[in-house]
Design a protein around this ligand. Structure first.
Ligand SMILES: *Cc1c(COP(=O)(O)O)cnc(C)c1O
Length: 408
């Protein structure tokens, strides 16, 4: 195992590896590795022969090599070139990294595979999480796979499929009259009262390490170079922070050419954009966003415990933070699916509106390589999909010429 220690993201305080950790002064911890030792024992070419899951990066992950991972086969999602969409945006190269093909249909599986593997390794048996959607479904599945108990607290307006998938996987699900921060408070009070383990975003160190694998995969899929710009739908921000951590570790391993990192673009909805506001004001921390309203449930995060880590990652990579317009979500879901056959979640729809704005404001010349993350599957958001009102054909009485004239 190559983990040397954990380290406070706030003030650098060191913590011993191999013990259960949560936060330091209410703020997240980094997992640190002996990268020089990893460089000596692993060459990037060695990865090619390993199974196509995120566990191929085992040396760069926190689970000791003799511990069994809890796995549903997660990782190595496709990186899809989208030439038709690229042309529409006046871009030479546009790719979608399609996380909708992960177990339980979202990238949340990466973080939960790692956090549940570590929790089981440490002998924790009862896990709890607040979730506005996909984190709950993913925890339920991985807890079931590991034989652990899961307690989920979700806002009452959480997408129905997220509640159903969690119930199917045997989680204890509770609906809360409030937003995700209210759910988080219930989980934290329960830690003192009944001693379950809090798996909230960035309140334990290992979900971040799981999400880091998005960056590792991207580097490997781009043959150890990196794209110029990455658009990421940002709620709690672990995906974005994890990717930058991945790139920096790879750079230190000497596996990337040059020092340049992709410009990371935080995409939020104009109905809940605390990070965009903090970025524009040049602040280190973000103010809680009042009265958050967005159909992109994964972005309904009014205040993120890792706000300063996200803002720092964006600034260090010369990136940006952009608010996509809430009222374009359904249109982008339809347009991207019709153009490329990729069924994007509403969170990713926000990225496409951000892409329009970046292009119009001159932040993209058109020559960059751009990657948009599709963090989840459209099928999980039935509430957002239009009512179906199609004519019903009678077999034997079909007017074929008329069928050809029906609009797509
Ligand atoms: C949770 C979630 C997000 C936000 O992810 P973070 O990495 O926590 O910012 C984006 N999209 C979907 C589909 C999600 O479930």
């Amino acid at each position: 195992m190559f983990v040397t220690h954990l380290q406070s993201a706030l003030d650098g305080t060191r913590f011993e590896a191999g013990r259960v950790h949560t936060t330091h002064q209410g703020r997240p911890l980094w997992v640190r590795y002996d990268l020089a030792a990893i460089r000596r024992s692993l060459r990037r070419e060695d990865l090619a022969g390993r199974p196509p899951t995120l566990w191929r990066y085992r040396e760069l992950l926190p689970l000791p090599v003799d511990a069994e991972p809890v796995t549903l086969g997660e990782g190595m999602t496709p990186l899809l070139a989208c030439d038709r969409l690229a042309a529409r945006f006046g871009l030479k190269r546009l790719w979608i990294k399609d996380e909708s093909q992960m177990p339980t249909g979202s990238f949340k599986a990466r973080g939960m595979a790692m956090a549940v593997s570590m929790a089981r390794h440490f002998g924790l048996r009862r896990l709890a999480v607040p979730s506005a959607g996909n984190a709950g479904g993913a925890l339920a599945a991985y807890a079931a796979r590991a034989g652990l108990e899961a307690f989920l607290f979700m806002p009452a307006d959480t997408p129905r499929i997220n509640i159903q998938e969690a119930l199917l996987a045997g989680a204890r699900v509770f609906l809360v009259d409030g937003v995700i921060t209210d759910c988080g408070r219930i989980v934290r009070e329960g830690v003192d009262q009944v001693g379950w383990f809090d798996l909230s975003t960035l309140r334990e160190p290992y979900r971040l390490e799981g999400k880091k694998t998005m960056g590792l995969e991207l580097a490997e899929q781009f043959a150890w170079s990196l794209p110029d710009v990455i658009l990421y739908p940002t709620g709690g921000g672990t995906g974005l922070v994890g990717m930058v951590k991945a790139f920096e570790e790879l750079r230190e391993l000497g596996w990337l050419p040059g020092d340049k990192l992709p410009r990371m673009v935080v995409c939020q909805s104009d109905g809940c954009c605390p990070l965009v506001l903090a970025f524009q004001r040049g602040e280190r921390f973000a103010e809680p966003f009042p009265n958050p309203k967005t159909e992109a449930s994964g972005l309904r995060v009014p205040s993120a415990v890792g706000d300063f880590m996200i803002l720092d990652a964006v600034r260090r990579t010369n990136g940006l933070a952009v608010a996509g317009r809430e009222d374009t979500i359904r249109r982008w879901m339809r347009e991207v699916a019709a153009a490329e056959g990729i069924l994007i979640c509403p969170e990713t729809a926000i990225c496409f509106d951000a892409l329009v704005q970046l292009r119009e404001a001159g932040h993209l010349t058109g020559h960059e390589t751009v990657v948009v993350f599709n963090t989840g599957a459209a099928q999980k958001y039935v509430e957002l999909l239009p009512e179906v009102s199609l004519p019903v054909l009678r077999p034997g009485a079909v007017d074929y010429e008329a069928l050809l004239k029906v609009a797509a």
